[in-house]
Design a protein around this ligand. Structure first.
Ligand code: ZN
Length: 175
């Protein structure tokens, strides 16, 4: 046994373990920030759209389902980390038009934003129409084109995805 040396300190803290829980707190903090931001962006969509944006919506007319804020692209399984939860990438739809068997998430409907304002500007709306003669074949059929967000343009009855949109952009900027 060695002798006591005055002033000697056992080097207990030479290599301290990092405190635990910091990563957890940081993760939770980030998650809360993302949730708060998602809620804020969704509130913007609800406030601006107010009603289901689908033109002449048959689901709303027949079933009056609850309204939901729909992402234009479905969120990935791991969450979107807040990237896609932006008001200009979301739109207000009823539950059936959003998630039903003939809905947007099922790939049976398509919404095309017509300006750089995304869903906060005018959009065109399409449904998948299956060929009656050729099994498995289908095409997009336009069911409505807006002149500004939530306002249909009755003069445009036909449209193909990706058609030039100059006149619509001009109209949306003046309304
Ligand atoms: Zn609807």
């Amino acid at each position: 046994m060695s002798e006591y040396v005055p002033g000697y300190r056992f080097p207990l803290t030479a290599c301290p373990k990092p405190p635990k829980g910091e990563a957890l707190i940081e993760r939770r903090g980030k998650r809360n920030t993302i949730r708060t931001n998602e809620k804020k962006e969704k509130d913007i969509v609800r406030a601006k759209d107010k009603v289901c944006r689908w033109p002449h919506c048959e689901n709303c007319r027949d079933f009056k389902p609850r309204l939901e804020v729909a992402h234009m692209e479905p969120k990935g399984a791991g969450g979107d980390h807040g990237v896609r939860t932006r008001a200009d990438l979301m739109i207000l739809l009823d539950y059936l038009t959003h998630q039903g068997a003939k809905g947007l998430d099922a790939g049976e409907r398509f919404i095309e934003p017509l300006t750089e304002r995304g869903t906060r500007g005018p959009c065109a709306f399409y449904v998948k129409v299956y060929s009656e003669t050729k099994p498995g074949e289908w095409s997009w059929h336009c069911v409505g084109v807006e002149r500004s967000a939530g306002v249909l343009d009755p003069t445009i009855t036909e449209r193909v995805i990706g058609d030039p949109i100059v006149s619509i952009i001009t109209a949306s900027r003046t309304t």
